[in-house]
Design a protein around this ligand. Structure first.
Ligand code: PLP
Length: 372
């Protein structure tokens, strides 16, 4: 479309009887550019193993024979496999799943937030949180962090007690900064939540990439009825295109999700692909260790280049110290390396890819800084 056509289209959109809070807003949209090193949305960049492709193909073929019927609305087999993968004494009764953790989060807000209710998150954090709030007509409350983007048990609990949000989202490891929370923060949040009728969601989309010794909030689930731990197959499982996110929580929380989900929201094809992936979880997550090596290499090399990378428990690195992050972003793109400008001056975020992609990123950035 020409810019005139784009403007005319925007005018026609504005003439529609749209909800007021959607007027002038923009959809989520990280650039989807085809370049040699696409390191901007934290996907696993290794190819899908051939035997897993075969298993998924066979599973989809089997599912195709029954596509005249609605799928298992309860996706019972899939919930069982997700529970077995998470371990921690969890069963299918503790698991809910949807089309990406984005939809899981929407279900949570539909059940516990909504008109007249509020959602609190702590920027800089995942840019989708305010959009989930907007889409469910919930008020979005931006909490605060301490220096170096840190969150303390006292700070989080005090903000929950003061604002009494209906849902609090803790992102750990946090996107875009990469750092995981101590369990003391989650415990303090849950304790405050019990007093203020708040649900606490820990978004562990990058949980599988944690540094050794960093615990998961899954450990805290027993005896904590207001706690929800959200996970996804999009990152460590290398299944971003399969769209499967899930949560673990008390069984009654999954019953709350059943009240808001559309019937048959997980297609038979989605269930078949996700189950085949879980049957091959070892092969699919085998690259996690290799990715962690590249992540730690990025942190070391960026430090050597005089930049300021944040410590990372994730499959990406957030770094500051750039004079002009937009110029650096463009220089990298001209070299075929797409990274993420998260809108924080002097900073960029890069996904840890294969060794070759990481080398391409580091060499291009060194040239940009005149350090090659
Ligand atoms: C990538 C990401 C997700 C995953 O979303 P899906 O819908 O499961 O693909 C969730 N939370 C955070 C913080 C993320 O960065």
């Amino acid at each position: 479309m020409t810019s005139e056509e784009t403007a005319a289209r925007a005018r026609r959109l504005d003439e529609l009887p749209l909800r007021e809070e959607l007027r002038g807003q923009h959809p989520y949209g990280a650039p989807q550019l085809q370049v040699p090193a696409m390191l901007n949305v934290n996907e696993t960049t290794y190819d899908m193993p051939a035997d897993v492709v075969e298993a998924m193909t066979a599973a989809v073929r089997a599912a195709a024979l029954g596509l005249n019927r609605y799928p298992d609305r309860e996706f019972t087999a899939l919930r069982g496999k997700l529970a077995a993968f998470l371990d921690h004494g969890l069963t299918a009764e503790h698991i809910w799943a949807a089309n990406g953790s984005n939809e899981v989060m929407q279900h949570i807000l539909q059940a516990f937030a909504g008109p007249g209710r509020s959602v609190m998150a702590f920027p800089p954090t995942y840019s989708m949180y305010p959009l989930y709030a907007r889409g469910t007509n919930s008020e979005y409350l931006a909490g605060t962090r301490d220096a170096d983007y840190r969150q303390t048990p006292e700070g989080v609990a005090a903000q929950i007690r003061e604002h009494r949000p209906h849902v609090v989202i803790l992102c750990s490891p946090n996107n875009p900064t990469g750092t995981a929370l101590g369990l003391d923060v989650v415990e303090a949040a849950h304790e405050a939540a019990l007093e203020s009728d708040t649900m606490v969601v820990v978004d562990e989309a990058y949980g599988e990439f944690r540094q050794d010794g960093t615990p998961s909030a899954l450990e805290l689930l027993p005896g904590r009825p207001r706690l929800i731990v959200s996970r996804t197959m999009s990152k460590a499982f290398a299944l971003a295109g399969g769209r499967l996110g899930y949560l673990a929580a008390a069984p009654e929380v999954t019953d709350a999700m059943r009240l808001v989900r559309l019937p048959y929201h997980l297609s038979a094809v989605t269930q078949a692909v996700a189950e085949a992936a879980l049957d091959h979880s070892a092969a699919l997550t085998a690259n996690v260790e290799r990715i962690k090596v590249q992540r730690d290499r990025i942190v070391a090399e960026l430090t050597r280049l005089g930049l300021r990378p944040a410590p990372s428990d994730a499959n990406f690195v957030f770094f500051g110290g750039l004079v002009d992050e937009q110029a650096a972003w463009q220089h990298l793109l001209d070299d075929g390396v797409l990274v993420r400008d998260v809108g924080i001056p002097g900073h960029l975020r890069v996904t840890a890819g294969t060794e070759e992609e990481t080398t391409a990123f580091l060499e291009s950035l060194a040239r940009h800084l005149g350090r090659a």
